[in-house]
Design a binder for this molecule. Sequence first.
Ligand code: SF4
Ligand code: SF4
Ligand code: FES
Length: 368
Amino acid sequence: MNPANGHAGKVTLQGRELPFAAGETILDVAKRAGVDIPTLCHDPRLEPAGACRTCLVEVDGWRRMPPACATKAADGMVITSESPKVERHRQTLLSLYLTDHPTDREASEKGAPDQLLDMAEQFAAPTDWGRMPLQRSGRPTDTNPYIHFDEDTCILCARCTRYCDEVEGVQAITLANRGIQTTISTVDALGLLDTTCELCGGCIDVCPTGAMGEKKPLVRKDKPERELTKVRSTCNFCGVGCQLDLNVDPDAREGHGRVVKVTSPAPGSTTNDGNLCVKGRFAYDFVHHEDRLTTPLVRDANGDLQEATWDEALAAAASGLQGVVDRHGNDGLGFVSSSRCTMEENFLVQKLSRQVFRTNNVHQCAAT
Ligand code: SF4
Ligand code: SF4
Ligand code: FES
């Protein structure tokens, strides 16, 4: 509860009396109390849409079950989130979703885990309700190399379109058509590169089924995300320091591991709130690029770069710096570090400058 909002009243949830702050939803109260209510279209960064109906709960005195994500808590409310009626609703809803959604995880789960299938398993939703032919259209002519849209697994939760609108402020994608033909599209079904899309990849990140997914791992036929190991890291493309998760296949490159994709940590858990830019999310190929230097290089007497050991390289750098001091004094040196380095690395550069070479000629671009 945000204390700034003050204590606005109490609800009873599953027999527990719980306080809430003004403006909080039933889902907010449940999350804080550790009561699990399933959601698919909810994202704390977005205005509630109440689109998927997985979070319906019972409220005493209410004829219809309201969505916990879009219903404000009110003083004296008595809420039931686990009951035979709620369970029956979840099973029915999930089975309806599955009538035009692939149920074979092996075949359908192309990248990120499909949370609809996870949820159907969790709540034992019947999977034998017959099938409806798919009416949603895809965008097979969208040849952008980064983001694919799989109409089969889309559940029309609109998290992707709402993220694009409310967080990115771009509106490159939208819900198009009506009824059973509703799908996710762009203006005139153009490819994303011909729209206002900034390739932030946020639509991939928020999609609960993997319908919006990253193309490169699919083209390379990499392992699906649930078989990869997530390693938390700091993006070094700029000085903001966004947190990201490197999804690593530890068996690739003869056991040396390979970064297969980048995903963002959960909203609210890091300073970038689960958001990344195009570089942070998609520009990870450099990590294993064949042009990367793997050994230090030192110039020989002719000025040509030659491979060297770290000891040789550090000795060459030290003697070069000392040579400047000998010829021009300590203030003949200047140290410039980068906001792309970590704070610790920048700290060490100023220690090197001030303590080792006794000069205050040290600068970093973030200081200007
Ligand atoms: S990549 Fe970003 S800007 Fe492009 S459609 Fe997705 S959310 Fe919108
Ligand atoms: S593509 Fe994903 S996020 Fe977008 S509406 Fe479909 S299921 Fe939801
Ligand atoms: S999470 Fe509440 S309706 Fe989708």
